[in-house]
Design a protein around this ligand. Structure first.
Ligand SMILES: [Zn+2]
Length: 99
């Protein structure tokens, strides 16, 4: 028995943490969808979350952002629709959208 993990050359910290266990996550309460920026209310509820991180972080963590149903479905479709959601959430993260 041992607790060593073999680390192939070129392995990043993110690779290692992802393989070993779930990264710590940080969620931010928001009253708007992180992609379309529309407010959540009785008819527009949180339907999913974008879980994301950046390889440039010194300490890797997962950031969790709430999405409405339409944006959560776009994210699942992949391709250009997924890219559009990710670009919009990046604006949200960078504070380019008032929250
Ligand atoms: Zn949305």
């Amino acid at each position: 028995m041992h607790n060593f993990i073999q680390v192939p050359e070129g392995t990043t910290l993110l690779d290692l943490l992802g393989a070993k266990r779930e990264l710590p996550s940080i969620g931010k309460k928001s009253h708007i969808c992180a992609s379309c920026f529309k407010p959540f209310n009785a008819s527009r509820r949180i339907a999913g979350h974008l879980r994301t991180t950046s390889a440039e972080l010194f300490i890797p963590v997962i950031f969790i952002y709430p999405l409405c149903r339409g944006c959560a479905e776009q994210l699942k479709q992949g391709g250009k629709k997924e890219d559009a959601v990710l670009a919009a959430v990046e604006k949200f993260i960078n504070g380019e959208v008032s929250q």
